[in-house]
Design a protein around this ligand. Structure first.
Ligand code: FES
Ligand code: FES
Length: 161
């Protein structure tokens, strides 16, 4: 089936098997491998993207559900070779080890800070509870969120629609 989706501001088409996930369409048909495929069961958050502005696990969404809809992925966050402040904060805080969870966390943290620019630790933990990381022990991820909130609060930039 043909799926037509606005991805990161550009209308794209993909001829997918009707049972394909949005994650498979993004990675295998549209050349956007930023969203990672770890569990394919909605457990790890590594495939997090926005569908119509809502954070979803792309492995749990059918590609067909994204037909005529708007999707935003981690690839939309950096611009002209510049990292998004959340990406920069992860680097600065040392919150990236193997990196497999990182794109999903970057998306989830960006979503959180777009809705709540100054979350307390409990809110951050709750917001990121669906994103699993096997490497960092999470402390540096919390440090990165604090740093990103500080930078974005200083007007260092948010993300485009
Ligand atoms: S790959 Fe989608 S939640 Fe793990
Ligand atoms: S950095 Fe390896 S899973 Fe998070």
């Amino acid at each position: 089936m043909l799926v037509r989706t606005k991805v990161n501001g550009e209308w794209r088409e993909a001829d997918v098997w009707p049972g394909s996930s949005l994650l498979f369409m993004l990675r295998e048909h549209l050349g956007l491998p930023g969203s990672k495929n770890a569990c394919e069961q909605g457990e790890c958050g590594s495939c997090s993207v926005w569908l119509e502005g809502e954070l979803v696990c792309a492995c749990l969404v059918l590609a067909a559900q994204a037909d005529d809809a708007e999707v935003r992925t981690v690839e939309a966050l950096g611009h002209d070779g510049e990292l998004h402040p959340v990406q920069e904060a992860f680097v600065e805080a040392g919150a990236v080890q193997c990196g497999f969870c990182t794109p999903g966390l970057i998306v989830a943290v960006t979503d959180l800070l777009e809705h709540d620019p100054h979350p307390d630790d409990a809110v951050v933990r709750e917001a990121l509870s669906g994103n699993l990381c096997r490497c960092t022990g999470y402390q540096k991820i919390l440090d990165a969120v604090r740093l990103a909130a500080e930078w974005m609060g200083d007007g260092r930039g948010g993300s485009p629609a």
